[in-house]
Design a protein around this ligand. Structure first.
Ligand code: C2O
Ligand code: CU
Ligand code: CU
Length: 509
């Protein structure tokens, strides 16, 4: 039983920036505590029970400068029981029910601090997983300026911990970006988009079982996908934002479990995209619409200067017409009602950055990686990578410093956002093949030439849409660290049900 909520009655909250506990010679030290708390997500909803970093949903924004190392102590202060339905059938039932481990998504992070799914820990570090490497994570921030995000990554319950609220933004700044005079300060805002469903009492609603589940399914049982009927931005249901008639820079993140979006503004103007997951593009691209799979980020500039007095809605036209009462076709409303406080001196440079192509590198390995459907022992859909489960031996083992091409061969019926930890990669191409034929005898017959990536995908990416019946090829240099990492589909309901694999970066000797 969900309830209809009036749109655009709450103003957009901006997550606060995390304050340091101490500055030491070797960098700032932070402590972040995961806690249960209640927060009002809409004017007409009672406060919602959530789990958040420092009692905030989304978590506080971590802001750092490039090449400045920071340390973060992630503290689990959560209850021992989950408030969302934990499926014991997809994991070792002896595991403690509430486990957490924080991953910095898109970060070039040493293995020990990357948030390996089996590096989980419980409240007060009472119990820890086999890969737990210590209470404090270190982030060296040597990559270019961009918006990353941190979120929970605990084995088998990532979908639930994220849905409960464990996610936040992480912004790396650098001198080059500052020199560009992009809109900044109060004209640069994160937009963290998530979908949720609510019960009448304001509590989060998440299915106990798939719809029409048979009696022999475990209860609770994981669902193959989850989309909520309500869209939130920065933790508010369908908020509005009052803006001045000038340029704004929006750092957009799709932090939803399964839902993808295709965004445009209803004022008819294109969105000017200046950055992708891993930082600025080479030059701005004008996009009539922007697709965002879970975990993708886009950096866009919207110019409101010719729209004084207007109301402009950021619209979504992906999966938003499922039923007549589906309201997920709208995200946020911009009211251009503020008076211009000063002349807009920000600019959109024609040239934003230089992106050295990895194509010139020597390719040491090309890996063909299938995305495929099967079913588990209860007959539930089970999506796998290379026909392997999480626990199967490691098969991807790039040598540190080498360049590889990974080809995601999607043999399933829908798009999967594929994500690789540690690196930012470049998209080489997508190429369609005959899926029907593949399903008969596993032969790949191409039905067209390789297509170059979309203009807004020609920058650094860490998550990429791998559409059905296509091979999506990405090129990446594996380093600078060695050790254990993971690659997976970023639909959290897939990731938790074995659409995730470990990989290891090995020494070059
Ligand atoms: Cu957003 Cu494996 O992570
Ligand atoms: Cu990641
Ligand atoms: Cu998937």
């Amino acid at each position: 039983m969900t309830r209809k909520l009036k749109k655009f009655v709450d103003s957009l909250p901006i997550p606060e920036t995390l304050k340091t506990r101490r500055n030491t010679v070797d960098g700032n030290y932070y402590e972040v505590r995961m806690q249960e708390f209640f927060q009002k997500l809409h004017r007409d909803l009672p406060p919602t029970r959530l789990w958040g970093y420092n009692r905030q949903f989304p978590g506080p924004t971590i802001e750092v400068n490039r090449n400045e190392s920071i340390k973060v102590k992630w503290i689990n202060h959560l209850p021992n029981k989950h408030f969302l339905p934990v499926d014991q059938s997809i994991l070792d039932p002896k595991l403690p029910e509430v486990r957490t481990v924080t991953h910095l998504h898109g970060g070039e992070t040493a293995s020990a601090s990357d948030g390996y799914p089996e590096a989980w820990f419980t409240r007060g570090y009472e119990e820890v997983g086999p890969f737990f490497k210590g209470e404090v994570s270190e982030y060296h921030n040597q990559q270019r300026a961009t918006m990353l995000w941190y979120h929970d990554h605990a084995m088998g319950i990532t979908r639930l911990n994220n849905y409960a609220g464990l996610a936040g933004a992480y912004i790396i700044r650098d001198k080059h970006e500052k020199s560009l005079k992009l809109p900044s300060g109060k004209y640069e805002l994160p937009l963290i988009i998530q979908d949720r469903s609510f019960n009448r009492d304001g509590s989060l609603s998440y299915p106990m079982q798939p719809e029409n589940a048979s009696n022999d399914l475990p209860n609770p049982s994981i669902v193959p996908a989850f989309t909520g009927d309500t869209i939130l931005v920065n933790g508010k249901v369908w908020p509005y934002l009052e803006v001045e008639p000038r340029k704004y820079r929006f750092r957009i993140l799709n932090a939803s479990n399964t839902r993808g979006y295709r965004l445009h503004v209803d004022s008819g103007q294109p969105l000017c995209q200046i950055g992708s997951d891993g930082g600025l593009l080479e030059r701005p691209v004008m996009m009539n619409q922007i697709s965002m799979e879970p975990s993708e980020r886009v950096d866009v500039i919207v110019d409101f200067s010719k729209h004084e007095g207007e109301e402009i809605i950021l619209k979504n036209d992906l999966g938003a017409n499922a039923s007549p009462d589906d309201e997920t076709n709208e995200v946020i409303k911009f009211n251009v009602t503020k008076t211009l406080s000063a002349q807009d001196k920000s600019i959109i440079p024609k040239r934003l950055s230089t992106i050295p192509s990895l194509r010139q590198n020597r390719i040491s390995t090309i890996r063909n990686l299938t995305l495929e459907g099967s079913s588990d022992k209860y007959g539930r859909p089970l999506l796998l990578l290379n026909s392997k489960k999480w626990n199967d031996p490691i098969t991807e083992n790039p040598k540190v410093g080498t360049t590889e091409i990974w080809s995601f061969i999607n043999t399933t019926g829908f798009t999967h956002p594929m994500h690789i930890h540690l690196i930012q990669f470049q998209v080489l191409s997508r190429q369609a093949f005959d899926l029907e034929r593949y399903n008969q005898d596993e032969t790949i017959i191409f039905t067209g030439p390789p297509k170059p990536p979309e203009p807004n995908e020609r920058g650094w990416k860490d998550t990429i849409a791998a559409p059905s019946g296509q091979i999506t090829r990405v090129i990446g240099k594996y380093g600078p660290y060695t050790g254990h990492y993971v690659w997976h589909c970023h639909i959290l309901e897939h990731e938790d049900h074995d659409m995730m694999r470990p990989f290891v970066v090995i020494d070059s000797e």
